[in-house]
Design a protein around this ligand. Structure first.
Ligand SMILES: [Zn+2]
Length: 61
């Protein structure tokens, strides 16, 4: 058994990531690398959402 709790994210090749989870007690077991990737995706999603909102405002202007 591993001495630490591992990240639960699957890599592109379908293997589970073997890096250590940031917070072993958290519901989301995720390593720093995948957490950074998730933050990047969230940031992109927010940018898309704010762009879409801006377009809606313009079309109603
Ligand atoms: Zn990971």
């Amino acid at each position: 058994m591993a001495a630490y709790v591992t990240c639960r994210i699957l890599n592109r090749n379908g293997n589970q990531c073997t890096a250590e989870a940031v917070d072993p007690s958290a519901e989301l077991l995720i390593c720093t690398r995948h957490l950074a990737e998730a933050q990047r995706l969230i940031h992109q999603a927010f940018q898309r959402a704010s762009r879409a909102a801006a377009e809606v405002r313009q079309s109603h202007g």
